[in-house]
Design a protein around this ligand. Structure first.
Ligand code: ATP
Ligand code: MG
Length: 386
């Protein structure tokens, strides 16, 4: 039985464990808030500290990119960490991420790294409005972002950014990246996996919708082949450059037929949760297979699938569970406004059946708790039916 230690003890480590059990993999999670190694599904079980966790593990991996750098260094020194600390840190720092994208020669939004007021002024002078400013570190779910639509807002935004940088408790200096806003047609992401031997496999692109800066729905249907190939090429360039092992996600803006990289996540990703019901092998199992040196599982889509995030709610009507193909995944978290509490996966034998079922689901779920879902589902059905 291979033993895997995951840095981070949230829902992603939990779902890795649930996917790893049938393979006889022993998954444990390092909770960075308590500095204890715990059972990912039943964290009441504590197994000791990090040092002990590292000693016990065959492989160490991560469920999030904002791991303290000294923790990464200790894990890497053991020779067991996959992907590498460089890959994890790159995903956790937009400055390194932009540098990587440039090195790989992959298309992304026009941007500038801001370290001073002079950089800030220059960004406004050289980028077209609107501009989005994003914190270099610790950004997630749209947090640490400012949008400048009108030059008159510049002073206020700079004051905010200065404050934000001054308040950072990070051991790495905080900074900001300015990006030109991309007038995208839609947002898509690619989740893929690279094995220890360099072999890669990618899932079909998913289309992602956000509500209030947080992912609300991901839909996986077959994409046009050129688009899928374009995304797969970017995946290969990035993962080869990082000598990456494991699952990695790439978020894109689609403008016409072109994909621009928004950001990468060196881990399993929320937009890949649909694979639990919609693909031959789910992303969690494939991540474990990769880091454990097992053959990668097929990433083929079995059925078109939609994933709906449950944000800030700890129950859904039982009627929803009665829908055919519906699967619910709770994370066993305490209820908090806007928090990712769980998700729903639903699928159909074809896009039409999926769209019909998603509409049924949207009409059962509370419209306030799932803003825009009814409208999204209705539009999806319209598009598929026409
Ligand atoms: P998450 O953790 O949910 O991925 P995040 O905090 O890391 O979010 P981004 O993905 O960079 O932040 O941005 C959040 C959302 O803001 C994007 O999904 C997109 O809708 C919008 N956005 C970000 N950058 C741009 C841009 N350059 N042009 C247009 N929209 C953007
Ligand atoms: Mg994002």
């Amino acid at each position: 039985m291979k033993k895997v230690l995951v840095l981070g003890a949230g829902q992603l480590a939990r779902m890795m464990d649930l996917a790893g059990s049938p393979l006889n993999l022993d998954v444990k999670a390092f909770d960075v808030r308590t500095n204890q190694v715990v059972h990912p599904v039943a964290p009441i079980h504590v197994y000791g500290d990090l040092e002990n966790g590292i000693k016990e593990a065959d492989v160490i991996t991560a469920e999030f990119e904002h791991v303290q750098h000294d923790t990464l260094a200790i894990c890497e020194a053991s020779g067991k960490l996959l992907p590498t600390s460089t890959a994890i840190k790159t995903g956790g720092d937009r400055r390194l991420e932009k540098a990587l994208l440039e090195e790989c020669g992959v298309a992304n939004a026009k941007h500038k790294i801001i370290e001073s007021k002079a950089d800030f002024d220059q960004a406004i002078a050289t980028l077209d409005l609107p501009i989005i400013f994003k914190s270099a570190l610790e950004g997630y779910d749209g947090k640490g972002q400012w949008r400048l639509k009108d030059a008159a807002q510049a002073d206020d935004i700079w004051a905010d950014i200065e404050d934000f940088i001054a308040q950072s408790k990070s051991s790495v200096p905080q900074g900001v990246v300015a990006e030109q806003m991309v007038p995208f047609d839609r947002e898509v992401s690619l989740v893929g996996v690279r094995g220890r031997d360099g072999q890669t496999a990618v899932y079909p692109l998913t289309e992602n919708h956000h509500a209030g800066g947080i992912l609300s729905v991901s839909v996986a249907v077959e994409s046009r082949q050129e688009l899928q190939a374009q995304a797969a090429e970017v995946f290969d360039k990035i993962t080869n450059k990082l000598n990456y092992v494991g699952v990695l996600a790439i978020e894109f803006f689609q403008v016409g037929d072109q994909l621009l990289v928004n950001e990468i996540a060196p881990r399993v990703h929320n937009s890949g949760h649909w694979t639990q019901q919609g693909a031959d092998t789910c992303q969690f199992e494939n991540h474990l297979r990769a880091v454990c040196g097992l053959p990668l599982g097929s990433t083929a889509m079995v059925r078109p699938t939609a994933m709906v995030n449950i944000l800030g709610e700890d129950s859904v009507p039982n009627e929803a569970l009665a829908l055919p193909s519906l699967a619910i995944h709770w994370y066993d978290k305490e209820k908090r406004a806007g928090r990712k509490m769980g998700h729903l996966n639903i699928n159909g034998k074809d896009e039409l059946e999926l769209a019909q079922r998603l509409n049924q689901l949207a009409n059962i779920l509370d419209a306030d708790a799932f803003p825009d879902l009814r409208e999204f589902a209705a539009n999806f059905l319209n598009k598929v039916s026409s």
